[in-house]
Design a protein around this ligand. Structure first.
Ligand code: CA
Length: 354
């Protein structure tokens, strides 16, 4: 349950009524349209997120006061909190990239030569980002042996954090790492569902495609940057290019928790991620690519040093065991001090008949 200080934003409705913007407070929701006016009677956070950091700070200050005294709404339905513009997924955990490198290239270097020079990423599918609670239909695709078109036998999860862009940028003008807090509104907990058998057959030479495009689940509550705890990031060696250098402490100090059917299977720590959010933002725009309100860029699978800190089943079971139909997977997050930051959940549904 959220406390009275985190105050994440989401979109809710009650008994089939209209969607409105709300803030989670303990076991209830603060209705912003009722308390702060009709600009919050919206079906997505996009317009509010586009207003920028001065407006975010002002509203958060009002919400902090209201959260102590205002009436809360209960028994609400939660919706996808923002319209996703573009979706990018990075690969920022050294431990995860090393584990997968060892599995897929047992005779080569675990980390490819570019990995410590730039945050490796790819563009994903924005239209299949779904809110927590949405069933995930087991994907089908061409897999070996054959290849034959069949339901995936290696359906997996990836425990990630997603950064949500509020303020866009100009085409042709890269963002600097120092611009991060001017553009990024907050974070969601994210599950990048992955079909390992589809992925391993299709990915050469252009990277992930259908093995990851069928669904990406996000938490219904977007935690504002102001509610996160930050600590120094791990040292980087070699020193990154100038456009990737960062001032300030930008490692986010939270621990994710992965559960399958109610049983905790790992607790990946986020603060140890090699690449930080500001570096991902600078790299994403380094070519001059612009940002739009609602862009979502995810961290990549979060894995720590220990076996019980790995953020995917392919790492936890070393490519031997994956999800069954009916399994419910939940990823939650808490700060180092134990403050709850939300969760994302999804149930695996049987493959469609093909
Ligand atoms: Ca991923």
């Amino acid at each position: 349950m959220f406390d009275r200080t985190t105050l994440p934003y989401g979109v809710f409705s009650k008994a089939g009524g209209p969607k409105r913007i709300g803030v989670a407070v303990e076991d209830g929701v603060l209705d912003l349209a009722a308390n702060l006016g009709s600009r919050f009677a919206e079906g997505s956070l996009n317009a509010f997120m586009a207003e920028g950091p001065a407006s975010w700070a002002e509203v958060r200050s009002r919400v902090t006061e209201l959260a102590q005294t205002a009436d809360l709404v209960r028994d609400v339905e939660l919706h996808l909190p923002f319209e996703v513009a573009d979706y990018v997924d990075f690969y920022a955990s050294e431990q995860h990239a090393t584990n997968l490198g060892k599995m897929f290239r047992p005779d080569g270097e675990a980390l490819l030569p570019n990995w410590k020079h730039l945050p490796v990423g790819y563009h994903g599918r924005a239209g299949t980002v779904v809110v927590s609670g949405t069933d995930i239909v087991r994907p089908s695709g061409l897999t070996l042996p054959g290849p034959s078109y069949r339901p995936s036998a290696k359906l997996d999860v990836e425990v990630e954090l997603g950064f949500v862009v509020g303020v866009g940028s100009e085409l042709g003008k890269p963002c600097r790492t120092g611009d991060f807090a001017d553009h990024v509104f907050g974070v969601v907990i994210l599950n990048d569902w992955s079909a390992r058998d589809i992925q391993s057959y299709e990915y050469v030479p252009l990277g992930p495609f259908l093995g990851k495009s069928f669904a990406t689940s996000i938490s219904p509550w977007v935690v504002p940057l102001a509610a996160l705890d930050r600590v120094p990031a791990p040292a980087q060696d070699p020193e990154p290019a100038a456009y990737l250098q960062v001032d300030g402490d930008w490692a986010i100090d939270l621990t994710l928790e992965l559960s399958r059917n109610g049983e905790v299977v790992s607790r990946p720590p986020f603060a140890g991620m090699y690449w930080t959010g500001p570096q991902m933002l600078a790299h994403l725009t380094a070519s001059g690519a612009s940002l739009r309100t609602g862009d979502l860029f995810a961290s990549g699978t979060v894995s720590g040093d220990e076996v019980d800190q790995r953020g995917s089943f392919i790492e936890l079971t070393w490519n031997t065991s994956f999800l069954d139909d009916g399994d419910v997977v939940t990823i939650s997050a808490t700060t180092a001090s134990g403050r709850y930051l939300g969760e994302v959940s999804g149930r695996v549904a049987a493959a469609s008949r093909s």
